[in-house]
Design a protein around this ligand. Sequence first.
Ligand code: GDD
Ligand code: MN
Length: 367
Amino acid sequence: MIFTMISLILPTYNEAENIPELLPKIEEILSGIPHEIIIVDDDSPDKTWQVALDLSQNKEDVHVIRRVDKRGLSSAVIDGFLAAKGDVFAVMDADGQHDMELLPKLYVAVKENNGLAIGSRYIEGGSVGGWDERRHFLSKIATKMALHICSVKVKDPMSGFFALDRKVFEEVLPRLNPKGFKILLDLLVHVPKETKATETPYTFGVRQLGKSKLSWKVQIEFLEYLYDVTVGRFIPLTFVKFCIVGTFGVFVHLIAYGVISRSIMDGDPLTIGGFSFAVIGATEIAIIFNYLLNNSWTFAHQKLRGTSAIVGFFKYNVACSFGALANWAVSAYLFSIGWIDFLAVFTGAIVGVMWNYTMNRMFTWRK
Ligand code: GDD
Ligand code: MN
């Protein structure tokens, strides 16, 4: 076999305590194979990048990428791959949880199958180690769900420990989704069906120092990812989120309407003028609520900040005024033909939400 080069990517976020111990061990294990180690750090507050840079002085095979404007495991790994010179790429946690003794084996497996080699916790001989019931359970469910969407089926599609042929990566690169933690899953979803994948068992170890970054946010990103690669191809997630925000907005609208209308009525019957005033007030309150929620959740990936947030709010209002006009016209019409006021308001608000998505996708949060 021709030994060429393995590029090992170590994504890091707050691993300053682990790197100094880890690096020499990896270098020892990889000493028989031409290799490079690329640490991709997202400007960790604990200055992991600084520690890594200090350790890499006088070492030609260790490189450090410090990303200041991005966050996320998958995108860090992708950036590492893009900077890599080897013909085999590998990824490993930088906290000592993965059995680095397996690296040469993963490398050889990729050289043989020209595909993927995965460190697996779910095949004979492997295990998740000392996980608590809750994480074990969640991981099992997530793995089951994930398997449905993979074009190449393996037992541990969510492993963070694997190697692959450079060509496999280059082929799927344009289709990769950099969201969240699931880089291997994303690869398995997008590679051609004939791609070979070998699994090698290992026991998931305990983290040396520091904390896991697999937060509830990462778990939600996983669900969003599953949506994106299935139904999301037809109905964008932003539309679904916009509708959810809109639904909450309808409630805010109804409550605001109730408060305003009942306070101006003061015991008297509601006039059409008073009704319109309450509807317009309630609409603006709902618009403010929806804008804030859409900006921080629906369009979190293109969140408007500072002055842009103010300009965005202005645009949002203009865009929504079409929706509000339709909202007002529909509800006032339905009220005038004798509908119960709350039902008229409700129907008007629904029509408004549909207008608003289209307008704001065109003007406020443009793709
Ligand atoms: N650059 C960068 N940016 N690195 C990150 C980020 C980030 O936003 N988030 C986490 N990392 C790094 C960590 O510093 C660590 O080296 C590695 O990515 C994995 O993160 P952990 O926080 O150690 O995750 P885990 O051990 O809980 O999860 C492991 O198991 C999962 C499956 O159960 C990982 O191996 C995951 O990749 C795997 O999916
Ligand atoms: Mn870990």
